[in-house]
Design a binder for this molecule. Structure first.
Ligand code: GRF
Length: 205
């Protein structure tokens, strides 16, 4: 059997997507989680990762004089875990072009909009302000341009009357939890064809 793809997951917060990714990598899944790394020392996701039996690490960006030093430390930690693939999952640091170049094609991100719409922050408020009838999330390859790499999968949800950014975020997050594991499984198996998941579909495809 081929060696499993070694996955490192980078978080800054609660890590709900990370949990779903870790839980998905069992049995005949082609990947295994080897590290959960946070730039925030008290990120809630770190304890959740430990509970799941995944090694954790903190690389606190505030401990480094500049981005280059922070990213060098990040790279060293990922290399010593022998990570093949990085999943950004609520990782709230912008990564610079030299770091991205070292991992290009081997780093995924989940973004809470239907890219190419609404790169960057405040995606749900912007979708509501635009009067969009649907919203959603995208998993994409990370390239030096923020949230602009090739899209590997999307899930759509309706925008409902009375939605607030918070209610829309909750509906989208449920789909993030379905989409990211699905895309990771495909990518780890060598399939990068874009996939679409409908909110109405249950059980994952
Ligand atoms: C998600 O909405 C993700 O799309 C965004 O940050 C949030 C992370 O949530 N980039 P969690 O930490 O996975 O719960």
């Amino acid at each position: 059997m081929a060696e499993p793809v070694r996955v490192a997951i980078l978080i800054s917060g609660s890590g709900s997507n990370m949990v779903r990714l870790v839980e998905s990598m069992t049995g005949d899944h082609p990947a295994r989680p080897v590290l959960v790394l946070s730039n925030v020392p008290d990120a809630g996701g770190l304890a959740r990762a430990r509970d799941l039996g995944v090694p954790t690490a903190v690389v606190d960006h505030r401990a480094y004089p500049d981005r280059a030093a922070f990213e060098a430390a990040l790279h060293d930690r990922l290399a010593s875990a022998r990570a093949d693939l990085i999943c950004l999952a609520g990782f709230m640091r912008v990564l610079t072009a030299p770091f991205v170049a070292r991992w290009q094609g081997r780093m995924l991100n989940i973004h809470p909009s239907l890219l190419p719409k609404y790169r960057g922050l405040d995606t749900h408020a912007r979708a509501l302000a635009a009067g969009d009838a649907e919203a959603g999330c995208s998993v994409h390859e990370v390239t030096p341009d923020l949230d602009a790499g090739p899209v590997l999968g999307q899930a759509r949800v309706p925008v409902l009357p009375g939605d607030t950014p918070e209610s829309l975020a909750r509906r989208v997050l449920e789909q993030e939890h379905r989409l990211y594991p699905e895309v990771l499984r495909r990518v780890a198996a060598g399939d990068r064809r874009a996939v679409t998941i409908d909110a109405g579909q249950s059980g994952g495809g």
